[in-house]
Design a protein around this ligand. Structure first.
Ligand code: SF4
Length: 377
């Protein structure tokens, strides 16, 4: 598989809980950025020893739906001319309600986007206000309807939980509404208070309170129960898919396979040797200046050795329901998982489901994922 991630670092406004690299951009800045992305693609191609046409492409952000249809076409045309795009490619784009309408979504679909991820975040107006989102529930409904009318039959909806003052009754109502849209994919985000955000300051000053651990667990279990009962495959700790609608692009990350990246603040992984992680520093000025000098703006973050690669493989695989494939692990690392991690497996054993060829966390293991995975690291 060959994959590309494209980072769009612009948003309509900054949400108070968000620590992603994004900024409010003008129309001119966004248009100029598209030119830089194309330059980035060309320079990346020159430095890639055996470029392959892409099987998956993912526009993430930020808010990629701030880009117009012609801008998306310019980016995809450049990718087609340089690396190439496979015929049955999955092209995902993250969009936020309040930044799309039917005409734009029809244009995206015609440009080749075939998987839309809508950041609806909540189906409760009070929650959306607390989150500082630019849209309300009505806008979310409109965007979902427009996506369906535009022909998107592979739709992801993001839903946040563990929100301030969110109780189980309210969450149940949101889940009912969510299921009424029958999305093909659902991504969950438990709210966290990241350092440096407005939310973190409000938590410290007592204006906001975080969700108790026990309520967090109840909400997570409720989401699992209701979505599984509705036929969704809980295939990753935070992701659910209806039949055959897993996100192929994100599966590349969890399987620790190579993924190239363009755009300021983006990360890539090259699976040669034991693997290398690269990033493009979150500095727009530096990004532009490197590209104008004909240089690849990516910097090496980490080169893995055998031990680190094994740890990361397990860290990623245990996020998924498929878990660790024991044959694959042995083939890759020339050791069995039991030889590689005897103590960690003993300590986490009661949270693991095992069969002849797989180890994966049970639901109660996913709830304690951070704690349990630390045994392997
Ligand atoms: S729209 Fe998304 S990326 Fe942009 S500020 Fe809000 S949460 Fe962050």
């Amino acid at each position: 598989m060959s994959s590309l991630y494209i980072h769009i670092p612009f948003c309509s406004s900054k949400c108070p809980y968000c620590d992603f690299y994004s900024q409010v951009g003008t129309l001119e800045q966004i248009d100029e950025y598209v030119n830089f992305l194309n330059l980035n693609t060309e320079i990346l191609k020159q430095g890639t020893s055996s470029p392959q046409p892409f099987d998956t492409i993912f526009f993430g952000g930020g808010t990629p739906s701030l880009l117009s249809v012609p801008q998306i076409e310019r980016i995809l045309n450049t990718i087609q001319k340089t690396f190439g795009i496979k015929e049955n490619v999955e092209i995902s784009l993250e969009a936020n309600p309040g930044t799309v309408n039917l005409e734009k979504l029809q244009g995206y679909r015609q440009a080749g986007i075939n998987r839309l991820s809508l950041g609806i975040q909540s189906l409760n107006d009070k929650n959306l206000q607390v989150l500082g989102r630019i849209h309300n529930v009505h806008h979310a409904h409109e965007s979902i309807d427009a996506a369906r009318s535009a022909g998107f039959d592979n739709l992801n909806l993001d839903l946040m939980f563990a929100l301030p003052n969110q109780d189980l009754t309210g969450l149940k109502q949101e889940i009912r509404t969510l299921l009424s849209f029958a999305p093909e994919h659902i991504s969950l985000y438990g709210l966290t208070f990241e350092e440096g955000t407005d939310f973190s300051a409000q938590l410290q000053s007592g204006k906001l309170s975080s969700c108790e651990e026990s309520l967090y667990a109840e909400q997570y279990n409720l989401l699992h129960e209701k979505l599984a009962a509705a036929g969704y495959d809980h295939y990753e700790i935070s992701n659910f898919a209806s039949l055959d609608r897993r996100c192929h692009h994100n599966q590349i990350y969890w399987q620790r396979e190579s993924c190239l990246a363009i755009g300021v603040g983006s990360h890539s992984f090259i699976g040669e040797g034991w693997g290398e992680r690269w990033h493009i520093p979150a500095d727009l000025k530096l990004y532009k200046s490197s590209l104008l000098h004909g240089e690849n703006p990516a910097e090496l973050l980490e080169t893995y050795d055998h031990q680190d690669a094994m740890k990361e493989f397990v860290y990623l695989a245990l996020r998924t329901r498929d878990g660790i494939n024991l044959n694959k692990f042995k083939q890759l690392f020339n050791l069995s998982i039991d030889q590689a991690f005897p103590i960690a497996l003993k300590k986490t054993g009661k949270y693991l489901h095992t069969d002849n060829n797989h180890y994966n966390f049970r639901l109660n293991g996913w709830l304690l994922y951070d704690h349990l995975i630390s045994r392997f690291l």
